[in-house]
Design a binder for this molecule. Structure first.
Ligand code: TRP
Length: 442
């Protein structure tokens, strides 16, 4: 079992498939608790829209785009704060499909043959007398590998999922372990966090609210629609004045999901004392609408200003890629996708990265072109990093300072200032920078 170093924050990663329009059950069971959990101190949360996954089922481009907007707007309206969490769209992170391929090459086909979703498709075909793989795309078959890449790319420790996703998490661990076995300990084995106490809400007919029963109440439908739908929820036939049992009533479950405990107790008493169902439903509507209406306003705003959601995605992708790019570089290096010029340098690189080897040094200088440069060299005098020209020595100095204090983490932000053709692979340079940073901090 892999657990994070005590000082490192726990990384929690949540994938959201953009399909359908969220309903009250999704809000109470998934969105609201996840948003609340993302505010927990000491937790680093990642939320992303799994739009690449959605293509497996959805082949209508306009709907795919619309769903992405609706679902993103819903989560943002429900209080997900992109300044606090890393919120991005899967298809904005090219490192995800890139990692998917590296993982594909260490994943046994037999492992994927055992996936529940794939086996269900086989069973269905068998029952219908079809070819075993009729209608099965490679997208469906590869689903678990893409999902593993989502998780492993961000070294997530914990992934909150429903029971139906547990097998996918096991596969992600399995795939990560295969990769680590072959190439060294690069990937973190994630754990599923299964919440069996997820609140489930009853739907219009009293059964669990679910898209598949067609008994849902839209989360951000018009206010009047919310009211109408609540008024239409099934009840027993007890008349006004007759005592009513709250626990067995769907509308009580709904009320309880939104109210404070004292309000809930009061509501229950009123039913026992004969409050009419009509009156009770009115209260349920008012209580739910009180929580939802500011969120609905925000949702409607975002739906008519998609550029704001787009801006959030772009900023999120930048944040996410700053983490993904260095890992991907290290993984490319680990599997041997390396610049050919590195071949001869393996030994010196190992020495530079060795915990007790000589430290690399920064040099700042001015060139004949009148511009200011820096480079980071190892003990053999080889350039690990080579900057482009700066207009002033101060700018060059600031970049050096940043690399010294932040180590490898500063590389993505400074990438444009580096002359990549003249640098060693950035993961060797990154390892050297991290050693330097530690030595300077000590
Ligand atoms: N498979 C998940 C679902 O159906 C969605 C998902 C895609 C996901 N990639 C993920 C969830 C990564 C967690 C982590 O709900």
């Amino acid at each position: 079992m892999t657990s994070p170093a005590s000082a490192a924050p726990l990384r929690v990663l949540t994938g959201i498939t953009p399909s359908g329009t969220p309903h009250l059950g999704n809000y109470v069971g998934a969105i609201r608790p996840a948003v609340a959990a993302s505010r927990t101190p000491g937790i680093e949360s990642f939320f992303f829209l799994a739009d690449l996954h959605s293509l497996i089922k959805a082949h209508d481009p306009a709907r795919t785009q619309r769903s992405t907007l609706e679902i993103a707007a819903s989560w943002l309206a429900a209080g997900l704060d992109p300044r606090r969490v890393t919120f991005y769209r899967q298809s904005d992170i090219p490192e995800i499909p890139e990692l998917t391929w590296l993982l594909t090459c260490v994943t046994g086909k037999g492992l994927l043959n055992r996936a529940h979703a794939y086996k269900a498709a086989l069973d269905k075909n068998a029952a219908a007398g079809e070819e075993p793989d009729a209608g099965v795309t490679m997208g469906l078959f590869m689903y678990p590998v893409l999902m593993a890449a989502d998780i492993l790319l961000f070294k997530a420790h914990r992934v909150p999922v429903g029971r139906d996703q547990v097998q996918h998490l096991e596969m992600a661990r399995n795939i990560a372990a295969s990769f680590n076995h072959i190439y060294g300990e690069h990937l973190v084995l994630p754990e599923a966090a299964i919440d069996d106490n997820v609140a489930t809400l009853p739907g219009l007919d009293g059964r669990k609210m679910s898209k598949s029963y067609g008994n849902t109440i839209a989360l951000f439908g018009p206010r009047e629609q919310l009211r109408k739908q609540i008024m239409g929820i099934v009840t027993d036939s007890r008349a006004p004045g007759q005592a009513k049992d709250a626990e067995s009533a769907a509308i009580f479950q709904l009320y309880r999901a939104f109210a404070m405990p004292d309000e809930t107790a009061q509501f229950k008493r009123a039913l026992a004392q004969g409050m009419a169902w009509g009156e009770a439903k009115e209260q349920v509507f008012e209580r739910i609408d009180r929580e939802i209406s500011p969120l609905r306003a925000r949702y409607e705003y975002l739906m008519t200003h998609p550029q704001e959601v787009e801006t959030a995605f772009i900023a999120g992708a930048q944040k996410a890629r700053a983490l993904a790019a260095p890992l991907m570089r290290a993984l490319r290096h680990a599997v041997g996708l390396r610049p050919l010029t590195e071949l001869a340098d393996t030994e010196s690189a190992a020495r530079t990265a060795a915990p007790d080897g000589p430290l690399p040094v920064f040099k700042q200088y001015r060139e004949a072109d009148g511009r200011f440069y820096f480079k980071l060299t190892d003990a053999q005098g080889r350039a690990l990093l080579q900057s482009r020209g700066f207009d002033s020595p101060r700018e060059a100095g600031q970049a050096v300072k940043r690399l010294q204090t932040e180590g490898a983490a500063a590389l993505p932000a400074l990438a444009a200032q580096l002359d990549s053709a003249a640098c060693q692979s950035l993961d060797i340079a990154g390892a050297a920078l991290d050693r330097l940073k530690q030595a300077l901090a000590a």
